[in-house]
Design a protein around this ligand. Sequence first.
Ligand code: SAM
Ligand code: SF4
Ligand code: SF4
Length: 341
Amino acid sequence: MPAALDLHHRPLRNLRLSVTDRCNLRCGYCMPEERYEWLQRADLLTFEESSALVAELIPHGVEKVRLTGGEPLLRRDIDQLVRSLRAHAGLRELALTTNGLRLPEHAKELRGAGLDRLTVSLDTLRADRFKELTRRDELAGALRGLDAAASAGFTGTKLNVVVMRGTNDDELLDMLDFARERALEVRFIEYMDVGGATRWDMSRVVPATEIIELIGAARGGATPEDLERTAAPADRYRTADGQRFGVIASTTRPFCGSCDRARLTADGQFITCLYARRGTPIAKVLRARGSRAAAEQIVDLWTGRSDRGAEERAGLTTREALAQPGELQQEPHLEMHTRGG
Ligand code: SAM
Ligand code: SF4
Ligand code: SF4
């Protein structure tokens, strides 16, 4: 069966499955507040429900699943979900995005359960800065997590770095060196004005062009690798000394035109765009009428999709954070840590 297409002919290929809205860090660009409204635990989809739904979505085009959150490794027995998803024929890639803190306990079992790939988010290599940025003194734990991933046999691990002016933009070259030493592919991400980023300000965004110029100037040039834009969010470059890195220009040069990503929150809200004001609860249908009916509902929502959230925001004359704390407390599904990155 061909993939479901939305109104801009974008196929449904990629599902980001958030498994929890909880987190053990408080990154300033994602969870800067003191208080949050959490999803009710009783509302969370069970692993059986999520896995059965994915099985029904594969014939409609889904071929990649990324587990995310919040911090996905806070969800108990997450390896069981990995094992169950991995058993679905037709799933080409199963990945997970994590802050790495719990990898020392989980990397081996995740690998054993069949997880293909990890993305680890780490924005600084300085302990004091890590503490300031995440409100937790855990740099050493994150580094142990990266060690554990490598020992468990994960290769091709990606390192996500959100670049913020005046915060960590003096560490780009250190991050490149660190990634090279550890055989990681670093991706520099522009700071986005998504839900959760209530302190966002355009002056703190370091545009991708500036990142590339800076790296190119220090490393004898940075040459684009993929001439054609693919559905992957990162544009890849190679330095003159052969190191590949990615840049995700979500704020200044959005890639909505090729966006094949759908999101499902841990309590079963289907979200067609990171910037969408609302999602559609599908848990009710899933529970009352089963996973096939829920998948059909998702396909219907996808075929009616016209979202180009980041492009629309790039066209605004004045641009502020997507939502204020009060609105996020009223509607936690707007939060990045609920939708998954
Ligand atoms: N907790 C996990 C982690 O941090 O890797 C997974 C969830 S987190 C929401 C997923 C990704 O979103 C992370 O790489 C994080 O850096 C990114 N992210 C969160 N808020 C962001 C923002 N305002 N701008 C850019 N990236 C952001
Ligand atoms: Fe940071 Fe990820 Fe937690 Fe957000 S969900 S606070 S990005 S570790
Ligand atoms: Fe896709 Fe929306 Fe992000 Fe654009 S803003 S790339 S449509 S999720």
